[in-house]
Design a protein around this ligand. Structure first.
Ligand code: 4AZ
Length: 264
């Protein structure tokens, strides 16, 4: 890009016109999707509107995210239908959570079982900006090498820096657990409840702020952004919660919520 188009781009960015075609470096190594084409993603924010994590709508009343995104029910707000976090687009729906269900065996030290369900106080309205994500069946596996899409408002550079204002997305291949657990990589820290995804050359990855957000393969949320070692490093793929290992827990948790004693 020459200097005049860079100046123009910065100018347009200031005017809130997107210049993403010229400056593609968010999620890490990703790009901006068509606005509102990823309708199941939500931004999990503080009640002060600071973005913290991603999540996915699995029905009108429930969001799935990572357990490490648990900041407490009274500090959390869910925003559906968002694209730019800084511009009011009129498509956003802000909903407060009613109850949080972090996995009872979530281990913050090992990050095993990094999954949480959020019950919303009011239903989201499903429309052309907001829809539901499908989940894999219990025990379903996804083939090594399969390309999956991860999206979020997280850091666009491995060194951190700024949270992008607009949603970013990138396609990544599934890496085998054997490869991911090898001595040159995570050396045994990857449990059967985790999935790895990334290119052996690095460069594309989820990063801080993408946590809890969806890794979608074959139209289903197979992974939740969970952890890693830095971002986009060739040696270290991103690590995701393997959602298919928790499908029974998800269904049981939701079912138990509705069948619990209503007068308590
Ligand atoms: C994080 O800190 C984080 N590269 C999320 C994803 C990855 C690394 C760190 C994967 O939330």
């Amino acid at each position: 890009m020459d200097l005049s188009s860079l100046v123009l781009c910065v100018l347009f960015e200031v005017l809130a016109v997107n210049c993403q075609e010229e400056a593609q470096e968010r999620i890490v190594g990703g790009y901006a999707p068509v606005p509102h084409s990823i309708k199941y993603i939500v931004s999990i924010q503080t009640t002060q509107r600071q973005h913290l994590c991603g999540g996915s709508l699995i029905n009108k009343y429930w969001v799935i995210t990572a357990a490490h995104c648990n900041i407490g029910v009274n500090k959390m707000m869910i925003v559906a239908g968002d694209y730019s976090l800084t511009i009011y687009e009129g498509t956003e729906q802000e909903i407060l959570p009613q109850l949080l269900f972090p996995h009872p065996e979530y281990n913050p030290t090992t990050t095993n079982n990094d999954i949480m369900l959020v019950k919303l106080r009011a239903p989201v309205y499903l429309n052309s900006y907001v829809s539901i994500a499908l989940l894999p069946r219990q025990g379903a596996s996804i083939a090594v090498g399969r390309l999956c899409r991860v999206s979020g408002w997280g850091y666009t550079s491995p060194n951190g820096g700024q949270i992008p204002s607009t949603l970013r997305t990138v396609m990544l291949p599934i890496v085998s657990t054997q490869q991911c657990n090898s001595s040159g990589s995570f050396g045994g820290s990857i449990t059967e409840n985790m999935l790895c995804a990334g290119f052996s050359t690095g460069g594309k990855d989820a990063c801080q702020g993408d946590s809890g957000g969806p890794l979608v393969c074959e139209g289903r949320v197979y992974g939740l952004v969970s952890w890693g070692r830095g971002c986009a490093d060739a040696q270290f793929p991103g690590v995701y919660t393997a959602v298919s290992k928790f499908r029974r827990w998800i269904d049981n948790t939701i079912f138990s919520y509705y069948s619990r004693c209503k007068n308590d």
